[in-house]
Design a protein around this ligand. Structure first.
Ligand SMILES: Nc1ncnc2c1ncn2[C@@H]1O[C@H](COP(=O)(O)OP(=O)(O)OP(=O)(O)O)[C@@H](O)[C@H]1O
Ligand SMILES: NC(=O)c1ccc[n+]([C@@H]2O[C@H](COP(=O)(O)O)[C@@H](O)[C@H]2O)c1
Length: 172
């Protein structure tokens, strides 16, 4: 039995993430999805709470063969102890997945196997692009699983991000 760990902010969970999970499913039996920056929400870069992101992920992955767990991971001031922090919150895992250079470096230094995947259609499958389209009333729905559209609608997510973008000067 192999268990993987895939960390991301998932703001929101989009089709690039969904494709990455499908690819990871070829390697492992179980997958822990780490909800990064779990303590952040209601900003333009991190509009959704950890709980809302867990809803998006759980509902998007109901039809996968994998056993999945979503675990919130708060940010820390110290990168040097971040991997230990992740391990303290997550079920044990054999291999980690990320395309983020800092995350890759930190897992490597901790002696944990880390695998990257190709980027899927990265010109549009990017959280920043999805959030930008939400703010400008563009077509963000085609970039995310149907279940994410339903969750964003349930929580009035586009109204939230549009309101925040008027007051949060930190950009998308
Ligand atoms: N289109 C994609 N194909 C494959 N992997 C992706 C894709 N988009 C993001 N990832 C990877 O998924 C992980 C989590 O990504 P993250 O939640 O930061 O999304 P993002 O699209 O990079 O978002 P943002 O634009 O908000 O920074 C990272 O390792 C990231 O490189
Ligand atoms: N020191 C830290 O808290 C630390 C270090 C590396 C990554 N992270 C987090 O891991 C996640 C990585 O996900 P992304 O690949 O989506 O950026 C982010 O939430 C990021 O904040 C945190």
């Amino acid at each position: 039995m192999t268990r993987g760990f895939y960390i991301g902010r998932f703001q929101p969970f989009h089709n690039g993430h969904r494709n990455m999970v499908a690819r990871i499913a070829d390697d492992v039996d179980e997958l822990v999805l780490g909800i990064g920056s779990a303590d952040d929400s209601h900003t333009v870069r991190n509009p959704f709470t950890a709980g809302e992101r867990i809803m998006m992920i759980t509902k998007s992955l109901v039809d996968t063969d994998l056993v999945t767990y979503a675990v919130p991971i708060e940010d820390l001031e110290r990168n040097s102890v971040w991997v230990s922090h992740v391990q303290s919150m997550s079920p044990d895992f054999d291999v980690a997945y990320s395309n983020n250079p800092l995350v890759i470096q930190l897992f490597r230094e901790a002696g944990i196997e880390i695998r990257q995947s190709p980027m899927f259609n990265r010109d549009v499958l990017e959280g920043t692009e999805v959030r930008e389209r939400m703010i400008t009333d563009g077509d963000w729905q085609s970039l995310v699983p149907e279940a994410v559209v339903e969750v964003v609608d349930e929580i009035d997510g586009t109204e939230r991000i549009q309101m925040i973008s008027d007051t949060d000067s930190n950009g998308v």
